[in-house]
Design a protein around this ligand. Structure first.
Ligand code: PAF
Length: 286
């Protein structure tokens, strides 16, 4: 595996690598969830490119960008072991050259609620950097985790607006032994915060999945079950717990039932803050 940091080096390396090319865009601090993305890409693509770039345009402020974990040495080892061919680790100036205006990409109709409502401008930043990476790497396909449920939908919408027909693949969430979804942000949790997160977030979603499997379909009832678990833990603050149609992200009314979703699938997503760290997780109900 080769590591390149400039656009010129990227271009040179790509010219020698066979198609189809898969891109796995990341912000680094790689973990087994990223390894699963790389490994899945490896099964079909001739070349797997992993990008590591902490994108300032998707954060609300510079302090959040600065405290995002950076573990490049370990990332290189993980990417290589998982099967990447090329690691692209650009600087901010490589992605957003001061001499060029990199236009903000419209994130589309799925971007305004959930994370979009809590983090204004976030998905415009994500759409912009992913679109920029698509322009630079020119992949045939790209891989994203379904934990970031809204992100993968926004990216798929953005990709569909482009003429280059990049296929967007969704890869299942990887969970730790305590069931907490793997996330680079977990590294920022204290030991107590980690325990609190694990005994609330995945438990709340599992309770919903189990109750639904045993025949409970009322949105209000499922919500109450999950909210009870989260509000019982004072160190965890729930931002939202949302039941929406999985395709349109249109919310289901409180008196609705899971079967009312037009697409036939409901996305249950939540965001909670633990130790000042924002964590998200999601499941779908068929
Ligand atoms: O999910 C992430 O790590 C980021 O949002 C992404 C897709 C790499 C864009 O910066």
């Amino acid at each position: 595996m080769r590591t390149v940091t400039t656009r010129a080096e990227l271009e040179q390396s790509l010219a020698q690598l066979p198609r189809p090319i898969a891109l796995v865009p990341t912000m680094g601090a790689l973990h087994a969830g990223h390894a699963a993305l790389i490994d899945t890409a490896r099964r079909t693509a001739a070349t797997v490119v992993v990008s590591i770039f902490v994108n300032p345009r998707q954060f609300a402020n510079a302090a959040d960008v600065a405290r995002y974990p950076r573990t490049l040495e370990g990332d290189e080892q993980l990417a290589k072991a998982a099967g990447a061919d090329l690691l692209f680790t650009p600087t901010v100036d490589e992605i957003y050259p001061p001499s060029e205006t990199v236009a903000t990409i419209e994130p589309g109709p799925l971007a305004s609620r959930l994370e979009g409502a809590s983090r204004p401008g976030h998905f415009a930043g994500v759409a912009t950097v992913v679109s920029r990476l698509f322009d630079l790497v020119r992949p045939d396909e790209a891989y994203f985790g379904v934990k970031d449920a809204q992100q993968v939908r926004v990216v798929a919408w953005m990709a569909a607006q482009r003429s280059d027909r990049i296929t967007i693949h969704r890869v299942a969430t990887v969970r730790d032994r305590d069931d907490l979804a793997l996330s680079s942000r977990n590294q920022m949790l204290s030991a107590n915060g980690r325990v609190a997160a694990a005994k609330t977030i995945p438990v709340a979603l599992s309770l919903i999945a189990e109750a639904y499997a045993s025949g409970v379909t009322s949105v209000a009832t499922l919500r109450t079950l999950a909210e009870r678990v989260i509000t019982a833990e004072p160190s965890v603050t729930l931002d939202y717990l949302d039941f929406a149609d999985s395709a349109s992200l249109v919310p289901l009314a409180e008196d609705a039932h899971v079967g009312d979703a037009a697409s036939g699938e409901v996305l249950v997503s939540l965001a909670a803050v633990v130790d000042g760290v924002r964590l998200i997780d999601a499941i779908t109900l068929p």
